[in-house]
Design a protein around this ligand. Sequence first.
Ligand SMILES: Cc1cc2nc3c(=O)[nH]c(=O)nc-3n(C[C@H](O)[C@H](O)[C@H](O)COP(=O)(O)OP(=O)(O)OC[C@H]3O[C@@H](n4cnc5c(N)ncnc54)[C@H](O)[C@@H]3O)c2cc1C
Length: 389
Amino acid sequence: MDFSLSVEEREIRDWVRTFVQRELVPLEQEVLRRERAGQQGLTGDELTELQLKARDSGFWGVQTPVSYGGMGLSAVMTALLEAELGRTFVQFRFGGAADNILFHGNEEQRQEYLLPTIEGKRRSCFAITEPGAGSDAKAIRTTARKDGADWIINGEKTFITGGNEADFAMVFAITDPGKGAEGGVTCFLVDRDMGWRSEYIDTMGEWGPASLIFEDVRVPESKILGELGQGFALAMQWIGRGRYLLPARAIGSCERLLGMAIEHANTRQTFGERLAERQAIQWMVADSGVEIEALRWLVLHAAWQVDSGMDSRHAQSIAKLYGGIKANEIVDRVLQIHGGMGYTRELPIERWYRELRLLRIYEGTDEIQRRTIARNLLKGHAKVGGVLG
Ligand SMILES: Cc1cc2nc3c(=O)[nH]c(=O)nc-3n(C[C@H](O)[C@H](O)[C@H](O)COP(=O)(O)OP(=O)(O)OC[C@H]3O[C@@H](n4cnc5c(N)ncnc54)[C@H](O)[C@@H]3O)c2cc1C
């Protein structure tokens, strides 16, 4: 078993580490200032400029296949890069990416949606959640009714990431009420100018998602993505695939936060001694260090399963659940070690405290991950000993 990186992998990882340090970390104070003023941390233009800078060094479409102009990096490598990006809360992502689900389009749809999205000319959002259907996605009520050659969509989606900025949405709607999720849900590519509107939702984090409202939105048959009635299967297939990337990002955040706590513990004196001398503080540092290490290997193991073509859903659920819980415990400890300063907005800890909370909610809550893990173990879909067991 070899846990080391190749020279090339190390070079790629180190390039991103330097990029974060040079280009993103210096923006942090301005991002915080803007957030407090109710503005977006990075404007669209600023994000594009940074993405083009990265592109100059070849960093474009890290997971996009080489045949589409991307780097086609492995899941393990992408997880390592995501961890590097997590070292800052500046909401940067590499350009040249498109939702996996868009690759399921036919040739016409690839030209109209996939390629312009990869090129950064169009922006998508993935819309399945509704006010009455989150964890229980099968309970969606948005309908698409056939009218001549078209479909008429009615309903409301909520908590849609990028929903305010997107110019088209992948929308899941019931096309056969009798079948529901078992063959009666279809995915449509719906341009904003076909008539849907969005409303911003204010959250604890910097970027609020949006509600999307569909009132008699007319969509041509050619906008069906994949097969009629197979939208739910497509959604489930897509949603689970990149789950490991969420806890991957948290690795970097936790490393940076623990670094801040160590520095503070080594310099702050109370009662004539450094905090670092106190066992109460040492144990918080130790537990955090152990948990970051455990999280790293859970994430990389899940990513390795993806690269190996194995069914990685169980491993991804474990990494997501553990990452969400531990990242929140770690940021809480780091805040505690900083005392009153940790609670202020002079330090970015409170920002991470708010942001990491989301990890326990989206792309499957803690409870839903536990439900999946328990079901896999109880029904024998996964072994207690994992792949080596
Ligand atoms: C910032 C943000 C971005 C998001 N982005 C998107 C997006 O781009 N596209 C999209 O479609 N959705 C998106 N979502 C929606 C997200 O996936 C849902 O919020 C999530 O799945 C939970 O659904 P819910 O909010 O309806 O909570 P509910 O499903 O109502 O759950 C409420 C609580 O009950 C628990 N619970 C539910 N069922 C069970 C059960 N069987 N057993 C035990 N406990 C249970 C949950 O874990 C949770 O704690 C986003 C959400 C947020 C907050």
